[in-house]
Design a protein around this ligand. Structure first.
Ligand code: TRP
Length: 456
């Protein structure tokens, strides 16, 4: 046991923990990834499947991560090793690696957001939204804003759990919620709002039946991504918790917030797009940027709207990025014995380098690496991490998880058994099916669109 474990920091308040977890969950996943997945996977049909997965998989998986974290008070490597034995340290190592991969490209996309925020003060993107995106998405701007975003993340996390993360999220999360509510109210006054709501909110079951092979893995990947599950963020954050919290209650609040914000994003984004006559976004990671910037150029008060939107969006990305880097940093501190500022700077530097190809490589102006990293991370790596973790806990150590949950609640009786069996069979089966479909889909992507991009 190292010195750091003896003096491990704890959250100062319950709100601090909840806000940190909400700040982690709410980010590019809600505001960037979610609308373009909705657009790509058939509108409301995707929304329905996603909501189903949040309840079926998201909540139980989050509680598993909380139980592991609070029980062991360790980073994911130490935590899984303590529960499952030496071999499980490698699974923990996989989690660290996943965090590394995700933040490397997440920071590039967040850099775009920051670039748009800066650009929105001059309305720089209004003249030709398409060309603007091409100009900033790869190349010097992309690399520079990737660096700025990563530096901001490092600066906060280097300050520590209470003085850095907790303080930051206490300022950031309430402002995100306020701005989003304001934007949604404004969006409701736009013309064509009825069509936008209809596209977004009335499920077409035909699409679900025709396209389930891509909708299922996309919805599962999105559920993990948006809730920050499958790589140990919630293990790490729960490792800074005191014993007496009611984990189930906290998990429900966190998921409620994240899902609320995702739904709210749709209520903002789709009316804006419909009002500007753009309709649902074309598929692809650039779509939200191009389409929204185009819309801000068209609608009433578009400039102000753009500043608020991209400002709030930058903050949301930052509060998620700090959770991703914290997982890796906590591992380096606990297991490698570095001090926090050094650990944070080294990890941030490494992530910057891994993300550089995403910021630099393009084909016909389109960034070609984002999908490559993103589909791999969300649909394959996170889902694999989730399956391994659920297996370790629900099959291998159910008593531990139940005991941990009961600490803040009292005797759970049969609901504990129901929870364990829900995780053991339906959740694991759905995830295995989803993983298999994702692997097939990814192989098709690599040999199809990606190969074309690379050779074209
Ligand atoms: N959930 C965040 C978002 O939606 C991103 C994120 C933070 C994340 N930590 C994570 C995704 C851990 C996967 C795993 O933007």
């Amino acid at each position: 046991m190292s010195i750091d474990e003896v003096v491990r920091e704890h959250w100062a308040t319950r709100a601090g923990f909840i806000l940190a977890a909400v700040g982690s969950a709410v980010g590019l996943g809600n505001i960037w990834r979610f609308p373009f997945q909705v657009g790509q996977e058939g509108g409301s049909a995707f929304l329905l499947m996603y909501l189903f997965f949040i309840l079926l998989i998201g909540l139980p998986a989050m509680l598993v991560e909380f139980a592991v974290g609070r029980h062991t008070e360790r980073n994911p490597v130490g935590a899984l090793g303590a529960i499952g034995g030496r071999a499980w340290r490698y699974v923990g190592g996989l989690f660290i690696l996943i965090g590394f991969v995700i933040l490397s490209y997440y920071s590039v996309v967040a850099g775009w957001v920051l670039r748009y925020f800066v650009g929105s003060f001059t309305g720089a993107y209004a003249a030709d939204p398409e060309a603007y995106f091409v100009g900033i998405a790869t190349g010097f701007d992309a690399l520079a804003f990737h660096a700025i975003f990563m530096a901001a993340t490092v600066a906060i996390v280097a300050l520590g759990v209470r003085r850095g993360i907790e303080l930051a999220v206490k300022l950031m999360v309430p402002s995100i919620v306020l701005v989003m509510l304001g934007l949604a109210v404004y969006a409701a006054t736009l013309p064509e709002v009825g069509d936008a709501y209809a596209y977004y909110l009335s499920p077409d079951f035909g699409v679900l039946i025709d396209d389930w092979r891509s909708i299922v893995p996309a919805a599962a990947g999105q559920a993990f991504f948006t809730l920050s599950l499958g790589m140990g963020v919630m293990i790490t954050y729960a490792s800074y918790l005191a014993e007496d919290r009611n984990l189930a209650e906290d998990g429900t609040v966190i998921i409620g917030f994240d899902t609320g914000i995702a739904i709210l994003t749709g209520l903002i984004v789709f009316p804006i797009l419909f009002a500007a006559g753009i309709g649902a976004a074309d598929p692809g990671p650039g779509a939200v940027f191009v389409a929204l910037a185009g819309a801000f150029a068209e609608i009433r008060f578009g400039m102000l709207f753009g500043i608020l939107f991209f400002g709030m969006f930058s903050i949301a990305a930052l509060s998620s990025a700090i959770s991703l880097i914290e997982v890796v940093v906590s591992y380096v501190i606990d297991e490698r014995g570095l001090d926090r500022p050094t650990a944070t700077a080294i990890v941030g530097g490494g992530m910057f380098v891994l993300g550089a190809p995403v910021a630099l490589l393009s084909a016909d102006g389109a960034p070609i690496m984002v999908d490559l990293y993103d589909i791999l991370a969300a649909e394959i790596l996170l889902v694999t991490g989730g399956i391994l973790l659920m297996g370790l806990i629900a099959w291998g150590n159910p008593g531990l998880a139940i005991g941990e949950l009961e600490k803040g609640i009292g005797d759970l009786g049969t609901s504990a058994t129901v929870w364990i069996w829900l995780v053991r069979i339906p959740v694991v089966v759905v995830l295995l099916v989803s993983l298999a479909l994702a692997v097939v889909g990814y192989a098709e992507f690599l040999t199809g669109p990606f190969a074309e991009f690379v050779s074209g």
